[in-house]
Design a protein around this ligand. Structure first.
Ligand SMILES: Nc1ncnc2c1ncn2[C@@H]1O[C@H](COP(=O)(O)OP(=O)(O)OP(=O)(O)O)[C@@H](O)[C@H]1O
Length: 284
């Protein structure tokens, strides 16, 4: 059911005639800063319609790997293959905006837009108007960008990445600073646009506990890839446990089921109630 504050479902796309689904491939990437080895022998492949989540502790090399994949940093060795003319929409972890700069949300979004690009044969992407509606951004358009909340900023950054009409979305901690309901909504939205537009999505997260359940593959990075697989598999892997310790039983790997008794949606209070695993689902 559509709630006033929830993100809207995107409209149906056209079908893609594309046969080749590979968007990007990293082949044996290594990177060092001076004598510090930051990435060792990283390989990954991302296809259209696939979601890969990269997790790892502070300093694990996640941002460095993203910079290399985005073409902002040249690796010490190894290669990155990108589909020809690949359009990448990037949502950075944070963005520094001069507090004295007079800039509305609308202007900020317009600056990120590649309005002159002509649609190509496999262009199934979403319109700017649709993005604003889906992410409930219309009411924010005239606000100074410096005055919006952290959660609103994440929606604006996601919208800006989507406005580039991407085939590949690279999202660096997209739910950082967002409340639990907002996290669930953003993850559901990301999953919907993946399903409908077949974007490839590469996300970075710190924490396996909030990795979305729709992730196809989790890569656990600690300068090298120490384990990979579905979130549940990774959480039980010995390498993951060695790196992050035993799972705290009070915190479940993120899985949001739309059970109205558990979620509280049927109460119409606009909040998702998370429960301790031992707690009965019918309690409030
Ligand atoms: N430009 C740079 N020059 C020197 N060292 C760097 C540079 N950028 C990153 N590093 C170092 O490389 C290592 C990996 O950094 P990176 O930012 O990729 O980690 P991360 O996994 O993204 O961390 P976080 O979760 O804290 O954002 C860190 O030890 C960092 O200090």
């Amino acid at each position: 059911m559509h709630k006033a504050n929830s993100l809207r479902e995107p409209a149906e796309p056209e079908k893609s005639p594309s046969q080749n689904t590979q968007l990007i491939e990293a082949i044996n990437l290594c990177h060092s800063f001076g004598d510090q080895d930051v990435l060792q022998d990283i390989s990954l492949t991302l296809h259209r319609g696939e979601i890969i989540t990269l997790i790892g502790p502070n300093g694990a090399g996640k941002s460095t790997l993203l910079k290399i994949l985005l073409g902002l940093l040249k690796p010490s060795s190894g290669e990155v293959w990108r589909r020809p003319n690949l359009r990448i929409g990037f949502m950075p972890q944070k963005i520094q905006i001069d507090p004295t700069l007079p800039m509305t949300v609308e202007r900020f979004l317009a600056l990120g837009k590649q309005a002159n690009l002509k649609p190509d044969a496999d262009d199934t992407t979403i319109s700017s108007q649709q993005i604003l509606e889906d992410l409930n951004l219309q009411a924010l358009l005239n606000k100074p960008i410096q005055k919006i909340s952290g959660g609103e900023m994440q929606r604006v950054l996601l919208a800006r990445a989507l406005c580039t009409r991407p085939q590949l979305l690279v999202l660096d901690e997209p739910v950082q600073g967002v409340d639990i309901q907002g996290q669930s909504e953003i993850y559901q939205y990301i999953n919907q646009i993946r399903n409908k537009y077949q974007y490839g999505i590469l996300m970075v997260s710190h924490d396996l506990h909030i990795v979305m359940k729709h992730t196809d593959q989790v890569l656990c990075l600690n300068r090298h890839i120490c384990c990979s697989g579905h979130p549940q598999e990774v959480s039980q892997s010995e390498d993951f446990i060695t790196l992050f310790g035993e799972h705290d039983p009070a915190i479940a790997v993120y899985e949001h089921h739309h059970n109205p008794h558990v979620c509280g949606h049927s109460h119409g209070d606009g909040h998702i109630h998370l429960h301790h695993p031992d707690q009965k689902s019918d309690s409030k």
